[in-house]
Design a binder for this molecule. Sequence first.
Ligand code: SAH
Length: 283
Amino acid sequence: MTGGGDGGTGGGRTARSHGRKSIAATRRPRDLIGDPDPLAGVWTAQVLTLFPQAFPGVLGESLTGRALREGLWALDTIDLRPFGVGPHRNVDDTPTGGGAGMVLRPDVLGAALDQAASRARGDWPVIYLSPRGRRFDQAQARRLARADGVTLLCGRFEGVDQRVLDAYDIDEVSLGDFVLTGGEIAAQALIDAAVRLIPRVLGNQASTEEESFSDHLLEHPQYTKPAVWKGRAVPDVLLSGHHANITDWRRAMAERLTKQRRPDLWRAYCDDHDRDPEEDQEL
Ligand code: SAH
């Protein structure tokens, strides 16, 4: 069997020994101070994928990219292909019991997961990106950012053999109620959400405290210059220079938006703040 549409041999790419490719931080002298190996202690995402060339992808841009280059976090991709079996390095086979598509083999994934485990340390969850998983949210992003790192298994085709999930006690995490063709985009989303919470990755830490979900609230509307655009003026209060009024207005808007759009978040917020979710709002 060949790999369901991906060409069983990995498209002629040269396979490194066991597929590890490190997208390592640049080792600037500054990073070496007090830490002989800057990668040893840094938050690391290990990604098991058939498409290592898809990384760092968008994570290499902007703030996450700069933080990666500065060694504030690290990314290791582990190519699944070299763990494949037979001369064609097959990683998948037909579903036992019949049905469409292909399933990633447990022996192949197990060998790759063993390699990932040899590099993991401390608090290091192993996650399979999967539409059947618990929905990813900001609270989990915070927990992941506090861990030492994470190993992410990206599925393809019909997914992975159940036994590997059971044997390695892997947590299934979903990006939402839709089906992607592979776990790579989901992995990048999850890494992005976690990495931006690592201290110093965003220049301005305050922005992660005030943004959506930080207090069960969606964020208030944002405005910038020009003050009038296409006949639409920004709200007067934001130009008033009166900081207490601005804070009150923003909170009221955040509450109103949350109540309108996300009754689930609104109830959690009211519980936390001892408020009646049905109470009439000003504004
Ligand atoms: N047959 C599976 C879908 C497989 S989609 C099912 O019906 O549940 C192929 C791969 O894409 C999955 O193995 C998973 O890694 C990834 N994927 C698809 N949708 C996803 C989602 N909503 N969240 C996270 N990963 C997803």
